[in-house]
Every structure is written in C-alpha cells, then in structure tokens.
Design a protein around this ligand. Structure first.
Ligand code: NAD
Length: 472
C-alpha cells in the first residue's frame, strides 16, 4: 500500500489520487469489494467510538440515533453495493440499428477517477461515508471534506480512514470554509456535495471553473400535506417522528404542515400526545438531540420570535421541567405564520413546525408550487384520488406517502433533489452510475457498408439516402 501522509497540502493529495486513478483505470471487482469490506469493518469495529464522537459534537445526540440514522442506512447502502457491484460494472451490449449493421455496440462502465465528497454536520457519518462507499464501488478514488461543525466525529473518521486506506485511495481533509472552497476548486472528475442551497451555489460555481460535474444534495422547505381523509391520531406520531428526529436537523424533515382548516386544535392535541410518546420527559429526554451549535439555536429562537411578533400563534409542546441541555430546544408549533416571515422563507432545520390551514386541496398544491421545488414531500390520508392529485400536481426530490423520511431507506429509489433542492441522485444503481462513465463503443465490421455515405455524393448516394428516408 503506497502511503501518502494525509497532512500533505491539498493539491498534493489530489495529485496523488489523480496519478493513481490514471495508473489503474480498470479497477477489478475484487478490489472494489475489498474497499467496501474495509468501510464495513470500520463501522463494525469503531461504531461505538464514532457514535460517541457524534454525541460529543452535538452535546446530546443518542448513540442509538446514530445507530439507526447513520449506521443502519450505511449498512443497507453498503450491502446493496456489495451484492450488485459485480453486475452493475459489467459491459452492456446494445442493439445496433439496421443501417449500422453488421457492426456491434456496447456500453463500457468505467470509473470516473477522483471523486470529491463534501459533507454536512447533521448526519456526519452517513452523508460522508455513503457517497464515498458508492464512489469506491464504482472504482473511484475519494477525497472527503467533512463538516468543521462536527470536529470530534470528523477527526475520528479521518484517523480511521487513513488507517484503512492509503491516501491515494481515500483521504480526509479537514477545515472550515476556506479549506472547503479550496477543496471545491480542485479539478475532480466528480464533486459530490451535501449541504445548504446557499453553499451549494458556491460549490457549483467553483466546480464549473474546472468543468467538474457535480451532484448537489441540498435542502429546502419540504411540505407535509395532511388530507381531509387522514386520521390525525394515527398520523401525528409519524409527523412528530419525522420532524423531531435529530431535533429537526434532517434535510428531509417535514418543514411545514398543510392542514385542513378547522382541525388545528385536534392536531395540536394529537401532536402533543405523540411528542410525549416519543420523548416521555420532553426535550430533556436523552433520545432527543440538542441543536448543534449556539448560532443555530439562536437562529431558531429568532425565527419563532419573528413569526410570533407578526401574529402567529406559538405553542411550546411538552415543555420539560427536568434538567435540559442548554441547546435541547422544546418542540414548537407555529400556527398561521405570515408568508413574509423568515420561518416561511428559509429552511427551518430545527424542531419548529409551522402549521398552515387550507380549505381546498388546490390551495395547498398552489402553496407548494409557489415556492422552490422541495427535497421531499409527504402526504397523509386514505383518499387515493386526492393523493394522486398531489403527486401529479407537484414536483419534488422524493415522496413518502403516509409516513415521513422512509423513502431515503429504499435503495432502489434514487435519492436527491430537484431545482433548488439539488441535482443528481444516488443510492442503488443510480448512485453507482453517478460515479461511472458509461462509455459507448461501436465495433465496426469489415463488411460494413459505410463507404455508401462517403463523398463524392453521386447517384448511388442518392439511392441509399432515398431508401433510408423511407425506412427511418
Ligand atoms: P453547509 O452548506 O453550511 O456546509 C456543508 C459543507 O460545505 C461543510 O463541510 C462546509 O465546510 C462546506 N463549505 C462551506 N463553505 C464552502 C464553500 N465556499 N465551498 C465549498 N464547501 C463549503 O451545510 P450544513 O449546515 O453543514 O448542513 C445543513 C444543510 O445541508 C441543510 O440545508 C440541509 O438541508 C442540507 N442537507 C442536505 C442533505 C441532502 O441529502 N439533500 C442531507 C443533509 C443536509
């Protein structure tokens, strides 16, 4: 294993990966599976230490939450890659049209080369290791830039990956916005970014200078529509779970609720009961995560204050009397916030749920379509016709019907955004192909009649073109 010290300058690390990727373009299945095996071993052997590091990053973040939201998702993704990479990397023969026969044609699936992965802080392991494992399965080298807001888990991840991989296979670069910008400016073969829409724009601009293709997994305001046909007692716990997992710091958390007018009090009661079922001691519960930083905590409180000042009704749900971590924020419902509040214009990313009432379904659909296209959309109810109207009438990155979040766990569903919530998707074969060059190859036959198309264009040429005009 060639060892490049991970403290080399960024450009030298990139150059080492670049040289290695060009020296070994044909990456055999055995090596791809061995790399996946090393990733799996890292999670299996050091999962507890990594989960503790995430807890240290957040203040309160149950290792069990990391087990389900980071490791479970990763194991499903890696297992899928292990099972299917052999088939996915195979060359595909394609049918050849009559006018090119007897040539044959195939599509060769090749690694792109060096893939950069920039990760966010909210699920710091899933959202760095997941894309990296997918890129490795596709035969690439990977450089990872984890978030500076999670220094404990980012640091441990770097140490473990540098033990398991040579730096020209996988390396981790740590640092803040300056390092991140320098990282995004490297001429990667593909740059995979997960983070905010604001920073996504900067990443896209930096990558464009190198013509580096990007995948942007961004955020936004994901709506949750409760249909008139929904049983609120049954749906409230699913909405509360999706909203309060990781204290709302989840890219696909329902951002705001669209509720049939007149059912506000019923929903308030059902939601409060659901919160107590999930977190019996309220925000003080050890399974309820704290907000990641003082800055984000202050931002969330300011969003609620502004909405209240502009006339919204604010309800704290299951306030806790016990000892609470300073950033374990009590869940809040905000009824009828004004459209011009920051709460309704920005992604919330915390345990604050605005509730907008609607009288007709078309109104709810129009509210969604008036904003940027969301990363996720949720619909609850039993009326199939109403559900289909919402599915046909809106465009979003992904959808779960009658639950929240779960579409992310289905490996055969491409996961990604659309418009301002991002572009490109991964998971399953979609992810594998994101990091793969599908190279078309036409193999000409010595019996080919291509010379019929050559100049000088005379009578024979005219006859052939006339024939083709009738055929095609
Ligand atoms: P962020 O955009 O602030 O930071 C993400 C990463 O970008 C960090 O590693 C950061 O160092 C880096 N960065 C900062 N400035 C940069 C620059 N100029 N160039 C390149 N990189 C730069 O996001 P965050 O606060 O860490 O994460 C929260 C956001 O991420 C939310 O908007 C959330 O919706 C989104 N998110 C999306 C998904 C998804 O799969 N679509 C998943 C998780 C989070």
């Amino acid at each position: 294993m060639t060892q490049t010290p991970p403290d080399l300058p960024l450009r030298a690390l990139f150059d080492a990966q670049f040289q290695a990727s060009r020296a070994q373009i044909d990456v055999p299945l055995s090596l791809r599976l061995d790399r996946l095996c090393r990733i799996r071993a890292l999670i299996d052997s050091h999962g507890a230490a990594l989960a503790d590091a995430v807890q240290a990053d957040f203040g309160v973040r149950s290792p069990k939450l990391t087990e389900v939201a980071d490791f479970f998702v990763l194991r499903a993704l890696i297992g899928d890659l292990e099972r299917h990479t052999g088939a996915w990397m195979k060359t595909r023969r394609v049918r050849t049209p009559l006018y090119l026969q007897p040539a044959s044609a195939h599509i060769q699936r090749q690694p792109l080369g060096v893939v950069g992965v920039i990760g966010p802080w909210n699920y710091p392991l899933q959202l760095t290791i997941g894309p990296a494992a997918t890129a490795l399965a596709a035969g690439n080298r990977v450089m990872i830039k984890p978030s500076e807001l999670t220094p404990h888990s980012s640091g441990l991840l770097a140490t473990l990956l540098h033990q398991a991989f040579s730096a020209d296979e996988v390396c981790v670069v740590q640092g803040g916005a300056d390092v991140a910008h320098e990282f995004a400016s490297l001429p990667f073969d593909h740059l995979f970014f997960t983070g905010s829409t604001l920073v996504g724009r900067k990443v896209a601009a930096a990558a464009a200078a190198n013509l580096t293709p990007t995948t942007l997994e961004l955020g936004g305001k994901s709506p949750c529509i409760v249909d008139a046909s929904a049983d609120l007692d049954a749906v409230a716990i699913k909405i509360a779970h999706g909203k309060l997992l990781n204290a709302g710091q989840t890219c696909i958390a329902p951002d705001y609720l669209l509720l049939p007018q007149g059912r506000e009090a019923e929903f308030e009661r059902a939601f409060a009961a659901a919160v107590v079922r999930l977190f019996p001691t309220g925000a003080a519960h050890p399974d309820y995560a704290s907000i990641v930083s003082d800055r984000h905590h202050a931002r969330l409180l300011a969003l609620v204050d502004e909405a209240q000042a502009k006339g919204a009704r604010v309800v704290e749900v299951a306030p806790s009397s016990g000892s609470v971590h300073v950033r374990q924020m009590t869940p809040v419902l905000v009824f009828q916030p004004a459209a011009d509040t920051r709460l309704m214009r920005e992604e919330i990313f915390g345990p604050v749920l605005p509730v907008l009432s609607y009288t007709k379904l078309d109104e709810a659909i129009a509210t969604i379509n008036a904003g940027p296209r969301p990363l996720a959309l949720y619909w609850f109810g039993s009326d199939g016709a109403s559900r289909d109207r919402v599915l046909r009438g809106t465009v979003s990155g992904g959808v779960t019907v009658n639950d929240t979040l779960m579409h992310i766990a289905h490996e055969n569903l491409p996961f990604g955004g659309v418009g301002e919530s991002g572009w490109g998707a991964y998971h399953g074969e979609t992810g594998f192909l994101r990091f793969t060059q599908q190279k078309p190859v036409l193999v000409q036959s010595r019996w080919a009649a291509g010379s019929l198309f050559y100049p000088p264009y005379g009578a024979a040429f005219d006859r052939v073109m006339g024939l083709l005009r009738r055929w095609l």
